[in-house]
Write a protein of this length. Structure first.
Length: 413
């Protein structure tokens, strides 16, 4: 069946990297883009969320808060955490497209949020958390599976989605009336439930409209997103914002931003499940490079990695509408300058004194950004982060990015 909604596998996050590679970590953001934490309540919302009325177009029950989402797609977070099917989720999302409710996703357990970002956490603390997570996972998987089996009119039926071994997921589909309750239990990662109309279920991560195009048509579509203004800025439009939250997912979120732009409909959380994070509060040891290749393949695209950012090479990709994901060394001081430049402030001259402040040491933390444009007149690259809309249009000297980068990913169709 064809893709008709934004897939949440929450929601709806390699061979071991060489020592010279620092895996990008987290420097900002918040829980799934929300600016608040829903409060727990004991009320049961199961019937309210399965009610035929809301799937016919009536308003959702209770209070929902809109959170940043993609163009044409509205995502809301339930302001409370009620009981659903006998268990309390950590968050409940509603996804609406053009005024039509597409899905409701209950996230019961998420490793990224559970472990957070803690690069220097003690081993004993990590082991204790891992035991707690494993226990909670087993309890939820058993309880929800039992309740779904008792409540559903039909199922469970296995639904397998994904072209690649790394991102291929198996869901258990249960049917109640005209709805399908898609249960996802991904070991060491997450437990979630997606409620949607049976007619809307999909077996592909690629957008149906994108999948219908041949390569030439897709390239033409991407080229149409490139703009050049009088100042000399050459930029790509239409790249979505994925917020990584308080999780070590910046390399995953930026990958999601780039591949969603190419037509892949996978959230940060869905991609992160394929990265095989070790649940230590760090991205170290994950299969992140394999994930980049798998995500490109799922998008019917390809990706090439180089050991640093090369502007001459990147320019050719950007001019054709292909964003470039860059892993680079980060400093908060330089970040302030890059953010100020997005608001019109001129960057300091790239003289020896300025270069001395560039983070080029292997001991400097790693971070991932998406390069979305450039200006050769000013010698700047234009980029964005996975921290929110305020990070669009940041700027730095071309040579600074070349000097501070340690990996660049070039996508192509």
């Amino acid at each position: 069946m064809k893709m008709k909604f934004l897939l949440f596998t929450l929601p709806a996050f390699l061979v071991a990297l060489e020592n010279v590679f620092a895996i990008p970590q987290n420097f900002g953001g918040n829980f799934f883009g929300a600016t608040f934490q829903p409060r727990d309540i004991n009320e049961d919302f199961t019937e309210q969320l399965l009610a035929e009325a809301i799937w016919r177009g009536e308003e959702l029950p209770q209070v929902w808060k809109s959170i940043p989402s993609l163009d044409g797609n509205e995502v809301k977070l339930l302001a409370v955490n009620p009981v659903i099917l006998g268990q309390r989720p950590a968050a409940v999302f509603a996804n609406t497209q053009k005024g039509r409710l597409q899905s409701i996703a209950a996230l019961y357990l998420d490793a990224g949020h559970f472990f957070g970002y803690h690069g220097n956490r003690e081993k004993d603390d990590i082991k204790a958390l891992q035991r707690d997570f494993k226990k909670r996972y087993a309890q939820l998987e058993k309880a929800l599976g039992k309740t779904l089996g008792e409540r559903a009119e039909d199922g469970p039926d296995d639904a397998v989605i994904g072209r690649t071994a790394l991102l291929r997921n198996t869901y258990q589909d249960y049917r109640i009336g005209k709805l399908t309750l898609r249960f996802s239990a991904i070991e060491n990662h997450s437990i979630s439930l997606i409620i949607l109309r049976t007619e809307d279920i999909s077996d592909d991560y690629l957008d149906v409209d994108i999948a219908s195009l041949d390569k030439r048509q897709r390239r033409k579509q991407l080229l149409a997103n490139v703009r050049q203004d009088r100042s000399g800025d050459v930029t790509i439009g239409g790249i979505p914002m994925f917020r990584q939250g308080l999780r070590p997912y910046c390399a995953v979120s930026t990958l999601g931003m780039a591949t969603h732009y190419l037509g892949l409909r996978m959230s940060t959380d869905a991609l992160a499940s394929g990265a095989r994070f070790r649940n230590t509060g760090s991205a170290k040891g994950s299969k992140i490079l394999d994930l980049y290749r798998a995500a490109a393949e799922e998008a019917l695209a390809s990706v090439q990695r180089s050991g640093s950012f090369d502007f001459k090479r990147a320019k050719k990709y950007l001019e054709k509408g292909f964003p470039v994901v860059v892993w680079r060394r980060y400093s908060s001081e330089r970040n302030l300058l890059h953010s100020a430049a997005a608001k019109g402030k001129v960057l300091p001259e790239a003289n020896p004194a300025d270069r001395a402040s560039w983070p080029t040491s292997k001991t400097d933390p790693g971070h991932a950004s998406v390069v979305t444009g450039y200006n050769e007149k000013t010698g700047e690259v234009i980029f964005m982060e996975s921290w929110g809309e305020h990070t669009r249009g940041k700027r730095m000297h071309i040579e600074e990015l070349e000097a501070t980068s340690y990996a660049a990913f070039y996508f192509k169709i």
